[in-house]
Design a binder for this molecule. Structure first.
Ligand code: BEZ
Length: 220
């Protein structure tokens, strides 16, 4: 019941650019302290509403099947739901028996909702007992770089999660920005000039493809 929830706690919602809040938790692969977890890696931390439910089963199956692509992007997966560790283990084993897909990444058993509240995953007007479908993109400095929240009744898009992760990494590496619908191999946006000297340099620069001085693209 909402009356039982501490509204200040529930309203905590880490934002882009914030340091990822630290926590300790029990997971399906053992205990973790987040600040010491996946050192030097990106982390995709995602919540699902409940074990043994259909949409969640398709989503975690998607993460498991494409784990190799996350590994290739130096990224650790970390799941979470407000379920017990026994429930998680039973579900993982059930899906493995039924489909052969094995959720071998850690899944937090957040039975006291501590982490869900810390990360704004508990959104009481959607559900007071189940986490919404959140995805936090956390960089190797443990900074939050992108946040997605989906409701209980709509599954996420794995292509978009991977596309966004790759976009963040390439943007960091090349100091560029990504246009609408960018995907790997497409041109990227070079930042607009910030001074008149930079403006003049941009106008004279034939190495970038210019729509105008403030919108220029290049291949990387
Ligand atoms: C599902 O994963 O199917 C689901 C979970 C909680 C509420 C609604 C749907």
């Amino acid at each position: 019941m909402e009356a039982d929830l501490n509204i200040q706690e529930v309203n905590a919602m880490p934002r882009i650019g914030d340091n990822a809040p630290d926590f300790e938790a029990v997971t399906t692969t053992g205990k973790i302290k987040f600040s010491e977890f996946a050192i030097d890696k990106w982390v995709i931390m995602f919540s699902h509403p409940a074990d043994f439910t259909p949409v969640c089963t398709t989503e975690l199956t998607g993460f498991a099947k494409r784990k190799g692509e996350f590994d290739a992007l130096n990224t650790q997966l970390l799941g979470l739901s407000i379920d017990s560790i026994h429930s998680h283990l039973g579900w993982v084993q059930n899906v493995r028996e039924n489909t052969g897909v094995y959720f071998d990444f850690p899944i937090i058993a957040d039975i006291d909702m501590k982490v869900a509240k810390l990360y704004g995953m508990l959104q009481p007007n959607e559900s007071e007992t189940a986490a919404v479908r959140a995805v936090f993109f956390i960089d190797p400095k443990k900074k939050i770089r992108l946040v997605m929240y989906y409701p209980l009744n709509v599954g996420r898009n794995m292509n978009e999660i991977l596309r966004s992760l790759e976009a963040l990494q390439i943007s960091d590496k090349h100091k560029v920005a990504m246009p609408l619908d960018w995907k790997k191999g497409d041109k990227v946006i070079v930042g607009p000039p910030k001074t008149l000297d930079e403006l003049n340099a941009r106008l004279a620069d034939d190495s970038v493809e210019k729509v105008d001085w403030y919108l220029a693209m290049k291949n990387i």
